[in-house]
Design a protein around this ligand. Structure first.
Ligand code: 3QZ
Length: 495
């Protein structure tokens, strides 16, 4: 049918050149032409079929070179941190490509349309988590919320924590004094961040556990310190538990555990399987860990950028002076009237996302991303770094400019691109988003109301390069906090 058409057309086009009747050597010419035409038609068919397949049919994403056993490790050796390397590989392989870590298939997504498909449209299909050696050590084989795989238990668990966080979010809980326990926490927590879930070799090749491994050793030490603290808190809470008072998250979890155990309805008792002591401890560990590491990291990045951009600092202070004044501390109710501060927080979360690769997802069944087929069990890494630094979505992405989150008049907040997901999205979206935004606002507004931040003389500006891990941390730096005129606080130097 359609095959004969192009051949026909081609022959017609050529025939005026053959004025003589078909005889002798000319007929051999004609035969050659026909052959040529047939060949061309076949070639066209092949190209057409290939195009059709690549446009509509199922197809594997472009693949990095792979060797048996080690997978794509050779292409991934680089002085750059993984999120930057993955962004760069787009040039050669396209925005969504696959690779192998050992024998494990991994798809890397560098653009927001595919990211939204994975997290939102097919959120449940991609709600799984991989099990790795380090996260198994940290979470007693995935009994927490952040690294635990998708299941009925996980859903139930998450619902309780979500409810508890909402309840304690706004104002009711007080920030405790810094005590030695808290300092110990900061200490072990850093050890965990340095070693867990960064796709180190032992996560790719679990058999490497047989050999001595300094990182894994440090992780186990830190986890055992953490476990003692968690167990102590758990025992205290259990001893003082009362059905009538709920002081904190652990009280809420204990209450849910008890009511699930006392309740015999089929639904609840099936779900209550998940509320073991281990689950509660691991969840509290998650919340402690996330609470400590994420907010401090964002604050450090905010201070870094404010030192680099004194004009941004000045503008926030002017906004604070005119909307809040000096007589009282800023409150959550001031958030609506301080758009420039809010825009600055958004810009910090864009330019240095806390988790530049989020936490890997796993496909729970055979599915697809865009036109690419995805096999059950494939890991999917959303490269938030690429989304937040996409040149097509952000003008001058490496430039720190809070103004991009404001309308032209600078009076109200906007989200200028859909390529912005600092807290992830969908089924596994960050549980602490609201809490984090409140904390960041309160800390930053208070600091800038009282102090002006700058580099101590003789020091250079802090580095903007982060240290990659499960959170992207800035390197250590020194900062001067100078009390603002009219502020009675003494000059102090912090690290
Ligand atoms: C940014 C690893 C990964 O995705 O003591 O907030 C316990 C467990 C060290 C939870 C890092 C879950 C810090 C930030 C969601 C994110 C510690 C933990 C884990 C902490 C968070 C971590 C994570 C998260």
């Amino acid at each position: 049918m359609w095959l004969s058409r192009p051949a026909q057309l081609l022959c017609d086009a050529w025939s005026p050149l053959n004025q003589t009747p078909l005889s002798g050597p000319l007929s051999t010419h004609m035969a050659w032409f026909l052959c040529l035409c047939a060949f061309l038609a076949l070639a066209l068919l092949a190209v057409h079929l290939k195009l059709r397949l690549s446009m509509h049919g199922p197809q594997e994403p472009p693949h990095l070179p792979t060797l048996p056993l080690i997978g794509s490790l050779m292409s991934l050796r680089s002085p750059q941190p993984p999120h930057v390397l993955f962004k760069g590989l787009q040039g050669k392989y396209g925005q969504t490509y696959s690779l192998k870590m050992g024998s494990q298939s991994v798809i890397v997504v560098n653009q927001h349309r595919h990211a939204r498909e994975v997290l939102l449209k097919k959120g449940k299909t991609f709600a799984g988590r991989p099990r790795t050696v380090t996260t198994d050590v940290l979470t007693r084989d995935g009994k927490d919320i952040a690294f635990g795989d998708y299941s009925a238990t996980w859903r139930f668990h998450r619902k309780i924590v979500h409810g508890a966080l909402c309840m304690f979010g706004e104002g009711s809980a007080s920030i405790e004094k810094i005590n030695p326990e808290f300092e110990a926490m900061l200490d072990y927590s850093q050890g965990i961040v340095d070693t867990v879930a960064k796709d180190s070799l032992v996560d790719i090749f679990p058999w490497l556990q047989m050999f001595p491994n300094a990182d894994l050793c440090l992780l186990k030490q830190c986890v055992s310190i953490r476990d003692k603290l968690l167990q102590k808190k758990y025992d205290e809470h259990k001893a003082n538990y009362s059905d009538h008072v709920q002081r904190d998250l652990l009280d809420a979890l204990l209450r849910a555990k008890r009511s699930a155990e006392n309740n015999n309805t089929a639904e609840v008792s099936a779900e209550s399987v998940g509320l073991s002591e281990d689950h509660l401890l691991m969840t509290v560990g998650d919340i402690f860990g996330a609470g400590v590491e994420t907010t401090t990291t964002v604050l450090k990045w905010a201070v870094t950028y404010l030192i680099h951009h004194p004009q941004v600092q000045r503008r926030i202070q002017e906004e604070l002076d005119s909307k809040v004044g000096r007589g009282r501390s800023p409150q959550l109710s001031d958030r609506g009237s301080l758009p420039y501060l809010e825009a600055t927080i958004r810009e910090v979360l864009r330019i240095r996302p806390v988790a530049p690769l989020l936490i890997p997802h796993v496909a729970l069944s055979d599915t697809s991303i865009g036109d690419f087929t995805v096999r059950k069990g494939t890991r999917v890494i959303i490269n938030l770094w690429s989304l937040h630094h996409d040149e097509k979505e952000w003008k001058n992405p490496e430039l720190f400019d809070p103004g991009r989150f404001l309308n032209n008049e600078g009076t109200s907040l906007i989200i200028p691109s859909s390529s912005y997901l600092p807290f992830g999205a969908g089924v596994r979206v960050c549980l602490g988003e609201a809490l984090a935004k409140m904390e960041l606002f309160l800390f930053l507004s208070w600091i800038l109301q009282h102090f002006t931040l700058s580099v101590p003389s003789g020091h250079s500006l802090p580095s903007l390069e982060g240290k990659f891990g499960v959170v992207l941390q800035p390197a250590k730096f020194k900062v001067n906090a100078t009390p603002r005129a009219g502020s009675e606080t003494n000059k102090c130097q912090a690290c």
